[in-house]
Design a protein. Sequence first.
Length: 554
Amino acid sequence: MDRHRLGLSTRWIATVASIWIQCSCGSSYTFSIYSSVLKSTQNYDQSTLDTVSVFKDIGANAGILSGLLYSSVTLNSSSSTFLGPWVVHVAGAIQCFLGYFLMWASVVGLIHQPPVPLMCLFMFLAAHSQTFFNTANVVSGLENFPNYGGTIVGIMKGFLGISGAILIQMYDTLCKGEPSTYLLMLALLPTLVSLVLMFLVRIYKATTADDKKHLNGFSAVALSIAGYLMIIIILENIFTFPLWACISTFILLLILVVSPLGIAIKALREDSNRSLQKYSIENNPLTDNAEQITSPKFSTAEDPIEYHQLPSGDSKVKGTSDDKMLLNEEQLNLLQAMRTVNFWMLFIAMICGMGSGLATINNMSQIGESLNYTTTEINSLVSLWSIWNFLGRFGAGYVSDYFLHSRGWARPLLMAFTLATMTAGHIVIASGFPGNLYVGSILVGICYGSQWSLMPTISSEIYGVRHMGTIFNTIAIASPVGSYIFSVRVIGYFYDKEASGEDDSCSGTHCFRLSFFIMASVAFLGFIVAVALFFRTKRFYQLVVLRRLRHALK
């Protein structure tokens, strides 16, 4: 038995390392913490600051380079044991440090005030690092747990979504009121965490019957952290915490973040015991005859399976040809994928879903002000958005896995459902009734987060994991594209038409009503496209389930 594989070199430890890196690298969600000091020290007006913010959105979503690098190093890792996902982490760490460190240096006066295009480059580098961390962790997780792609993507994307709230708690505890120090923390923390843990993030070609159980354990930890953060955010907006309370709550948060290690250790012990039992049985000749009598015809699968579902007779031959068809459709590179209709249907659906969702959060403060929400209420809505975003990312992956394995439902069906719900959320915000932002932000936030979990998983299943990093990061460009269209060309345009007064402000339900009715219509268009994608891939997903079923029963 290989002792090395029972140590740090296992996919469970790789998953924990990826989770910790994800928890540290969601800095693009905390722009509001340091935007004011960036604006004042660099003498920016609001439009200039918004320009810098646009480069943040582009950098955080344009991950084509990270996908190409991941595909390159993993394809070559078979011929060189030195290469692996750690190369992608290094590239992300370098960009993260350079981007945030140079911004910090300009804010504190360590370097001369850079011109706006150079500051935009700093911001782009800082945000772009997130795509490298995310690609390495998500795609390696998919390769380590191929049978539960939705769940593992939901876990990784969920921790990334909630990392903004974790970083804000760290800021409130360590350097509250010092946003320039927070910039230095962003330069150092993700860089150090990724460099320390990157060699643990590796790809292992193995599955066990208990994968789902332990993945559920990671999911439970993620839900616990989200619930804990939601309570803390609400309490902090009601009460003023003394220093000892801030430190205590932060220490408890760190304990929750570390707790996935306990799940990994438990999984390692069970894998070790299973290996010992297998080794003992295989080397004991007295058990051979007993096995022939007592062992079932099929090994235990990871999900409940009914034997009448198994192909027999002529259908076995058909199953073989189905496998060949799957192999022909999978493992496409980016250019090959872009020639397919499914790629562009996914892209359009993401413009409708991700674009309108991102435009909503980008304008949450202005929407609240127009509806006479208090500053405390608006801050609570913005803070809680990360929780709804997390629930969408985590929940969509978990639920889509459940329905795929138990009912055989194709994942685009859940994407269609979330886009339909997002349509309702936009209508709720447009209506302007009392408390509408609370209801609307929950619906839009959860559905926005769900797209970030469903889209990468669907991409990996349709096009394979070999070039999945490049393909899903290319489709993710739909997020900043849609955000620009809806934020600038729709919300900004109609708000300016309705604005009046010396400060060009607008108050009342009419300020954003037409914009959100337009975005509701766009989200409904995304729903129609997702339904069409569901029918196009329905047969494909039936073949995927059938192949996994036969693999589990070998």
